[in-house]
Design a protein around this ligand. Structure first.
Ligand code: HEM
Length: 192
């Protein structure tokens, strides 16, 4: 039940999927709010929280990619049309790339910032900055880069959610429910 099979996801993939999904969406919302907040003190606290959850997400994504590389992914149900069969792995690969690149770009951003504020995830330990040249130009570049990578990642997540809802409510297949529990994998719902 922990590992994937040809027809269903195991608990490890399912738990990682929903944890990372919740963190990514939460991080996106927190990011939008914290840069628009008037109180500098609250903004500072929220940015530190955003960094902590961002590092947690990065760690989980590395575990997830390791798990994904070491296990098979279940096949799509037979009724999925050929175009979507081709598009799905490309979107999934882009989603994995976004999960990696968005937090990494955030880490680069704080590393090149002239403010030189240390990263102390959840006040537990100091995580060193990445070895990049600190400068105002680099900081501005990476603020822009991190922002637009996050927006692109957010757009992909939205596309992914819409596709999952289409499978569940329109096509009435197991694509969404098999990511909720391994027990739902064989309960295909036939169109009426
Ligand atoms: C998947 C994880 C992450 C997501 C989805 C995310 C998303 C965002 C978003 C949406 C914004 C607001 C952009 C805007 O509208 O201006 C933002 C800003 C920011 N993020 Fe992240 N972020 C993530 C991880 C990180 C990490 C790991 C760090 C640092 C270690 C970080 C540091 C920052 C900082 C410092 C800002 C403020 C930039 C500014 O001054 O405008 N982020 N992030």
């Amino acid at each position: 039940m922990l590992r994937n099979t040809d027809t269903r996801y195991g608990w490890a993939a399912i738990v990682l999927h929903w944890l990372i999904a919740a963190l990514f969406i939460g991080q996106f919302a927190l990011g939008l709010v914290m840069v628009r907040i008037a109180s500098q003190r609250t903004a500072f606290e929220l940015i530190q929280l955003h960094k902590s959850f961002g590092f947690l997400l990065l760690g989980l994504v590395l575990v997830r990619i390791g798990w994904w590389l070491g296990s098979k992914s279940p096949e799509l149900p037979d009724e999925v049309d050929p175009l979507e069969r081709k598009a799905a792995p490309i979107v999934h690969l882009l989603l994995y790339a976004a999960q990696l690149v968005v937090p990494l770009s955030g880490w680069v951003l704080v590393s090149v910032s002239v403010l030189e504020i240390p990263s102390v995830p959840f006040n537990l330990f100091v995580l060193p900055h990445l070895p990049f040249q600190v400068s105002e130009q680099a900081e501005n570049f990476w603020i822009f880069g991190h922002r637009w990578l996050a927006y692109a990642g957010g757009a992909l997540v939205l596309l992914h959610i819409l596709a999952a809802l289409r499978h569940h409510f329109w096509l009435r297949d197991v694509v969404l429910v098999r990511m909720i529990s391994p027990f739902f994998a064989s309960r295909a719902r036939k169109p009426e």
